[in-house]
Design a protein around this ligand. Structure first.
Ligand code: ING
Length: 305
C-alpha cells in the first residue's frame, strides 16, 4: 500500500433522526454531507453510529423481532444505494454505522451494531461489529428512557486494523471509546486513524451526577486513546433531541498529540473537516510511544484477562 503522509477527513454529524424520518430522508442528509465534504477536499467522511434510524434501543419491546424493522438485511440496499452512488461519483470514502441483521452459517439471524468503511469506488473494504455493548438487557423501569443495546445486539469479535486509504485504519463504536483496551488493541496493530460514531444521551440514569461531565468524559477518553496510541481519532455524533432524549454533539477530530483540532458547534447536521497529518502519528510511534522500546508486557498480565 502506498502510505499517505496527510489525508483530509470530514466528520458528518447528524442532528436527530426521529422515528418518522425515513431512511431515504436520512440518506439524503448523508449525501449532502458528502457533497459539502467534496467541496472541502475531503477523502473520507465519518458518519455516526446507527446513522440510518432513530436510536431504537431507547425503547423496550417484549418481542425483539419487532425491532428488526430498524435493521439492514443487506448493504448496500435500496435505501443506501444513493449514498454509495454519491460516494462513487464524488470519489469519496465513508464510514457508516448501522444496525446489521445477518445470518450465520447455520441460517440463524444475528443482530449487530455495525460500522463499515466504503472506499471511493463504493466498495465495502472493512466491517466492524461493536464489542462494548452498554446499558442493559431487561426493562429497567426507573429509567426515563431505556438503553437496551444488550437486548437487541450481539457482541462483535474484536478490533481489526486495515491497510486502507494509504494508512493503517481502524474503527470502533460509541461505548468502545470509553475503554482503553479498544485503542490499545488497535494501537498494537499500528493504527493511524480510528473512525467512530456515537449516540450519547446527555442523561446517564445510573449516575446522574456525571451528566454535566458528558462532553468532558466523551472527549477525555478519546484524547487519551489517541495520544497513548499515537493515532488520529475522528468521531461523529448523532446529536440533539431524538424522540425526547437529548444527545450530545461535540463531534471531534483529535490529533495524536491529544489535541482537539476540530469540533462541531451545533447539535444539528454539521460537517467538520481537518487535514490529518499521518506522518505525525508515525513520529509519535517512533518516539514517545515506541511500543517496542518502552512497553513491558510481562508486567501487564493482570489486564490480559
Ligand atoms: N452510548 C453511550 C456511550 O457510551 C453511555 C452509552 C452513555 C454510557 C453515557 C455511559 C454514559 O456513549 C452508546 N451508544 O454506547
Amino acid at each position: 500500500m502506498t502510505q499517505k503522509d496527510k489525508i483530509v477527513i470530514g466528520v458528518g454529524q447528524l442532528g436527530p433522526v426521529q422515528k418518522h424520518h425515513s431512511r431515504k430522508q436520512v440518506v439524503a442528509r448523508l449525501v449532502k454531507h458528502l457533497e459539502d465534504a467534496s467541496l472541502q477536499g475531503c477523502e473520507l467522511v465519518v458518519f455516526p453510529e446507527l446513522a440510518l434510524t432513530t436510536f431504537f434501543p431507547r425503547w423496550y419491546v417484549e418481542q425483539c423481532s419487532e425491532m428488526d424493522a430498524y435493521f439492514e438485511r443487506s448493504m448496500p440496499n435500496e435505501s443506501t444505494k444513493p449514498l454509495f452512488d454519491g460516494a462513487k461519483k464524488l470519489g469519496i470514502a465513508f464510514v457508516l454505522g448501522y444496525a446489521e441483521l445477518s445470518s450465520d452459517d447455520d441460517g440463524n439471524s444475528r443482530h449487530y451494531n455495525t460500522s463499515i468503511l466504503v472506499d471511493a469506488s463504493a466498495t465495502i473494504v472493512a466491517k466492524y461489529r461493536k464489542v462494548h455493548l452498554p446499558g442493559h438487557a431487561e426493562l429497567e423501569s426507573y429509567r426515563p428512557f431505556q438503553h437496551l443495546e444488550q437486548r437487541y445486539f450481539e457482541r462483535g469479535d474484536g478490533f481489526s486494523v486495515w491497510d486502507a486509504l494509504g494508512m493503517r485504519f481502524g474503527m470502533c463504536l460509541c461505548n468502545d471509546r470509553r475503554w482503553s483496551e479498544s485503542y490499545r488493541v488497535m494501537g498494537l496493530q499500528g493504527v493511524e486513524l480510528i473512525a467512530l460514531g456515537y449516540n450519547t444521551p446527555k442523561h446517564y440514569p445510573p449516575f446522574p451526577e456525571i451528566d454535566e461531565l458528558a462532553v468532558f468524559h466523551h472527549q477525555l477518553v478519546m484524547q487519551a486513546g489517541a495520544h497513548q496510541n499515537a493515532c488520529w481519532v475522528a468521531a461523529a455524533a448523532k446529536a440533539g433531541n431524538e424522540e425526547g432524549v437529548p444527545m450530545i454533539g461535540a463531534s471531534s477530530i483529535i490529533s495524536p498529540s491529544g489535541q482537539i483540532v476540530a469540533q462541531s458547534k451545533s447539535e444539528e447536521d454539521e460537517l467538520i473537516v481537518a487535514e490529518c497529518d499521518l506522518a505525525l502519528a508515525r513520529k509519535y510511534k517512533r518516539t514517545l510511544f515506541n511500543f517496542a522500546s518502552h512497553r513491558h508486557p510481562p508486567a501487564y498480565s493482570t489486564i490480559c484477562k
